[in-house]
Design a protein around this ligand. Structure first.
Ligand code: UD1
Length: 356
């Protein structure tokens, strides 16, 4: 089959890596389209390099913009890209504006669409990602679900017949990179910190935490108060918003660094005392590495991490401080995110479900 992957943002490159491997191993033709939603080298190029992903076959170069402008710029270019490559199927990833744009343009031109990481729900309709994922699931011909919970959401919305449980492809890549990090000389880039009792790794980038200056100040103040150094791997969005509102991100326990490449991030998290984040992927990565996580949100799509005690949702300043300093969670050998072979299953499901 000729399968087109459309990606544009950092977490999508991580998910693309095991899919690209599995497609090549199974002898398929793989066309990669990069929308250009993320363009900073540390948010894009390093992932292709470190995870061995082939160069994109097409680059739309859309860059940043309001939701409508960014999504519209992708839509405007996708018709030509689809007609040029004529794939048998278009594979879209996760819940970004790139996901929605690719799904909508493909279904309009009658190309079959598979959605990887289908069925996740936060039930928070103020999140742009929630609209992206719901609309994409309902446009898709095949919903590739990462968890039983996601399968349940899709069934509840009448999509059971289009759904296949494949597991979580981020588990595939995480296990590969974790093992490579453990057996190589790759060093933890945060080892230079003066942190005798350990440190926390933090990422904060979601609009709900960054765009309102009062909210950003509340999160920053909470992180500045905790009991160990907190290293904020600052996404350009949080840096830009902090500068715009005169908020100092290097204050108290809190210090900033630039975002890390994937293997360095995994090395830094493995050595840390905990993770503090509003990212979806990092919550799960912390769980899979058995590092306690505090999620700076009111809800999560990855409910299993919370149910198993390794992730705590914390929204207010006092909730954040209490969650970060809580006692260690109970060990578990549950594996709600699959066995590290989800990409192979996803490729089989696409071949079985969408071959014409
Ligand atoms: C996007 C996704 C989010 C995902 C995140 C991963 C949507 C709606 N959101 O959020 O689901 O978790 O990617 O990181 O698609 N910027 C740069 N350089 C870049 C990219 C962005 O400086 O390479 C800055 C720009 O100021 C831009 C802002 O970050 O306006 C936001 O970027 P955008 O792509 O709109 O969303 P993210 O916050 O990255």
């Amino acid at each position: 089959m000729k399968i087109m992957s459309v990606v544009g943002a950092r977490p999508q490159f991580v998910k693309l890596a095991p899919i690209a491997q599995a497609l090549t191993a199974d002898g398929h033709e793989h066309v990669i389209v990069h929308t250009g939603q993320h363009y900073d080298p540390m948010l894009s190029d390093v992932f292709f390099r470190d995870l061995g992903i082939p160069e994109p076959d097409a680059h739309l170069g859309v860059g940043s913009g309001s939701h409508g402008a960014q999504t519209g710029a992708m839509l405007a270019q996708m018709d030509e890209v689809l007609e040029r490559f004529q794939p048998d199927c278009v594979l879209v990833y996760g819940d970004t504006n790139s996901t929605l744009a690719a799904a909508v343009s493909a279904v309009k031109l009658h190309y079959p669409v598979a959605h990887l990481e289908a069925g996740l729900r936060s039930f928070n309709r103020a999140m742009p990602e929630e609209h992206n994922r719901v609309l994409t699931d309902h446009a898709a011909d095949l919903c590739l679900a990462p968890t039983e919970v996601a399968v349940g959401h899709l069934a509840h919305e009448g999509l059971a017949e289009r759904t296949v449980l494949v597991g979580d492809v981020m588990t595939d890549v995480l296990f590969q990179v974790r093992d490579a990090v453990r057996t190589s000389d790759a060093s933890n880039p945060l080892a230079d910190l003066d942190a005798a009792d350990g440190y926390y790794v933090a990422t904060i980038h979601r609009a709900e935490n960054t765009d309102d200056p009062e909210r950003l100040r509340e999160v920053v103040d909470a992180l500045a108060e905790v009991d160990r150094p907190v290293v904020l791997l600052a996404h350009p969005r949080v840096r830009a918003k902090a500068q715009e509102h005169g908020i100092d991100l290097d204050t108290g326990a809190l210090t900033t660094r630039d975002p890390l490449a994937y293997p360095e991030l995994i090395a830094a998290v493995l050595d840390s005392a905990g993770v503090i984040t509003d990212s979806g992927g990092l919550q799960k990565e912390a769980f899979l590495l058995r590092v306690p996580c505090t999620t700076v949100r009111r809800e999560t799509e990855w409910v299993e991490t919370v149910e198993l005690g390794w992730n705590v949702l914390a929204n207010t300043s006092s909730e954040i401080t209490a969650a970060v300093t809580r006692p260690a969670p109970r060990p578990t050998d549950e594996a709600p995110y699959g066995d590290g072979h989800a990409a192979v299953r996803a490729v089989s499901a696409i071949v079985e479900g969408l071959s014409r």
